[in-house]
Design a protein. Structure first.
Lengths: 252, 59
């Protein structure tokens, strides 16, 4: 199980690094916008969407709750401030490792990321698959914004990610032009199907605030993925994941 | 030894390599899926800002 162990170590280190950097970027660019948007849903400190303070609830917020999202006012939530940021950091690191595991598994199967420049390209691919493509149909949302039913959006999100990843892989790793054509069709198809949209886009959140949030999310995710790609490229050398170096050094 | 070879030992190690990488990938899928899509209230609330910031379908 050496390869599995090395893949996990590589992903853990790269994910830890990218997750920590991502947390700082989020603290600076996205979380302040989330907090600002929460003021529009009359949020209690525990961030209970429209579940409390009926006098403060906007009509839009009522629709939001009626659309299937109503947080139980008693559900546990981290306290605002440090605790909340700490859980965000934890989530970033854990999923950073998860994304890194996916990146390592796929890139190693394709021959491995040979250097930092290839790491950037793999990072771009991850960004396109997990942020860009799903974000076109389902732009990053702020609290107090309208959205279609959660399950439908999650299905579309997963389908788009899978189709985009498969499409990019066909274009990158298949020689025949027909495969590239099929790849393009796979990338385009989810957007022809279209993402589930809410009945109404009416929201108390200013369009300007949302626009800033979309840009902040997209750019922070781009940096996260580029960093993850480069980190995997650099760390995998240490763990000798590449078959060509595996024989040369038994222990990195 | 690095190029594709027909010797059984290398074929077996290639198979094992694919298996182990798949295992790593499935573990990654599980982690991302759990953090990004969990309907468990506490997980949802803990990762709230993260999920918004990663543009996961949240609420």
């Amino acid at each position: 199980m050496n390869i599995f162990r090395n893949a996990v170590f590589t992903a853990a280190l790269a994910g830890l690094l990218a997750g920590i950097v991502m947390t700082f970027m989020q603290a600076g660019y996205t979380v302040p916008l989330i907090l600002q948007a929460e003021t529009f849903e009359g949020a209690a400190p525990a961030h209970s969407h429209a579940a409390t303070a009926p006098e403060a609830a906007e009509p839009a917020a009522d629709d939001h709750a009626a659309a299937g999202h109503s947080h139980d006012g008693e559900a546990w939530a981290p306290a605002d401030g440090f605790e909340r940021l700490a859980y965000t950091a934890l989530a970033n690191i854990v999923t950073g490792i998860g994304f890194a595991l996916l990146l390592v598994a796929v890139s190693e199967a394709a021959g491995g990321i040979a250097g930092w420049r290839q790491g950037l390209i793999w990072g771009f691919a991850g960004f396109a698959v997990f942020t860009l493509a799903p974000g076109l149909g389902l732009p990053p949302e702020l609290p107090a914004m309208q959205a279609a039913e959660l399950a439908a959006r999650q299905v579309w999100w997963v389908g788009t990610v899978v189709a985009t990843a498969a499409g990019l892989a066909l274009i990158a790793f298949r020689a025949a032009p027909l495969w590239a054509l099929i790849g393009v069709v796979l990338i385009v198809a989810p957007h022809i199907v279209g993402a589930p949209q809410p009945v109404s886009h009416e929201t108390p959140v200013p369009a300007e605030l949302h626009h800033r949030f979309v840009v902040a999310v997209t750019i922070t995710n781009l940096v996260f993925w580029l960093l993850l790609g480069v980190a995997v490229a650099l760390v995998r050398k240490r763990f000798a994941l590449a078959p060509s170096t595996r024989q040369q050094r038994s222990l990195a | 030894m690095t190029s594709a070879s027909t010797t059984p030992g290398v074929a077996a190690s290639t198979q094992s390599r694919v298996l182990q990488l798949s295992l790593a990938g499935v573990l990654g899928l599980f982690i991302v899926g759990f953090m990004g899509f969990s309907h468990v209230e506490a997980v949802h609330n803990a990762g709230h800002d993260y999920r918004h910031s990663m543009a996961f379908p949240c609420h």
